[in-house]
Design a protein around this ligand. Structure first.
Ligand code: 6AU
Length: 293
């Protein structure tokens, strides 16, 4: 694959989407390909974890619908909202909404409702199963703001239905909408050009670069008892050629033991920082080996 061997900084200018360029540039300057996934139920804990992790990550992934007290203060409101924490630390916000409906409905889900996702999330995830209308629906709100969509080409969970044909059609959908689709949730770098069927047979002439973001990463667990399957950062970045590791419980598991009246204690923040640095280093070293640095 031609792109797996290039640095983030080298690849950035070829992306038409400004937020994709920003993510690559942040990864390069902060020396991190770690995206922290924070599936917690309170705004306070989400923001405490984001604040502790900020220096170590290039992206933070949310599930807004998990947060019980979600409101404007969680994201765009005030100096402590996620948006402000992201600007202070330099990371992009990525709402893992996994849209999966017709264009008109996803447009409304993206821009309205109680979450107003398009007003604060740099990226959102979407399933490709409805066909290209889902991208057009999201693009209506995303494009004027320069925001990006990440399509799920495959899932990390056991028994997922995303076979090679599905992945290829997802890739083609992305290729047609590269100004808004920046890349994929995927387990490996699949195709580089329309004529490809295998990841390593790219015809460099019509090759198209996309970002590959990969969940299901842990240094300690191999599964979670609910279908999740874990791999190491080396497997994801070096062997499979993906660009960003998405890590959730590998980093924040046990955090509830460090809560003091709902607030994350200094010891808890230290735990988050230590684990972030561990994953950051593993992911970054794997990337440097991949690009031959
Ligand atoms: O590290 P974990 O297992 O605690 O969390 C993994 C996170 C969760 C999932 O919703 C998400 O990654 N995820 C996704 C995404 C990012 O879209 C796709 C997938 O196939 N598997 C997966 O775990 O927030």
């Amino acid at each position: 694959s031609p792109f797996a061997r290039l640095s983030y900084a080298t690849r950035a200018p070829s992306f038409p989407n400004p937020t994709a360029r920003r993510l690559l540039s942040l990864a390069s300057s902060k020396r991190t390909n770690l995206c922290l996934s924070v599936d917690v139920t309170s705004t306070q804990l989400l923001l405490d974890i984001a604040d502790a992790a900020g220096p170590y990550i290039c992206a933070l992934k949310t599930h807004a619908d998990i947060v019980e007290d979600f409101d404007f203060e969680t994201t765009v409101g005030g100096e402590k909202g996620l948006k402000a924490v992201a600007e202070k630390n330099g990371f992009v916000i990525f709402e893992d909404r996994k849209f999966a409906d017709i264009g008109n409905t996803v447009h409304l889900q993206y821009s309205s409702g109680i979450h107003h996702i398009s007003s604060w999330a740099d990226f959102v995830t979407a399933h490709s199963v409805p066909g290209p209308g889902i991208v057009s629906g999201l693009a209506k709100a995303a494009k004027p703001l320069g925001r990006g969509v990440i399509l799920l080409a495959e899932m990390s969970s056991k028994g997922n239905l995303c076979d090679e044909m599905y992945r290829k059609k997802t890739w083609e959908m992305a290729r047609e909408n590269r100004d808004v689709v920046v890349g994929f949730i995927g387990m490996q770098r699949y195709f580089e050009s329309a004529s490809d069927s295998a990841p390593d047979s790219a015809a460099e002439s019509d090759a198209t670069d996309f970002l590959y973001l990969t969940p299901g990463v842990s240094l300690t667990a191999s599964s979670d008892g609910l279908g999740q399957q874990y791999r190491t950062p080396e497997d994801v970045v070096e062997t499979s050629g993906c660009d960003f590791i998405i890590v959730g419980r590998g980093i924040y598991a046990g955090v509830e033991e460090h809560l003091d009246g709902g607030v994350l204690s200094e010891k808890g923040k230290e735990m988050i920082r230590r684990r972030c640095e561990e994953y950051r280093k593993r992911g970054w070293d794997a990337y440097e080996r991949r690009i031959g640095k």
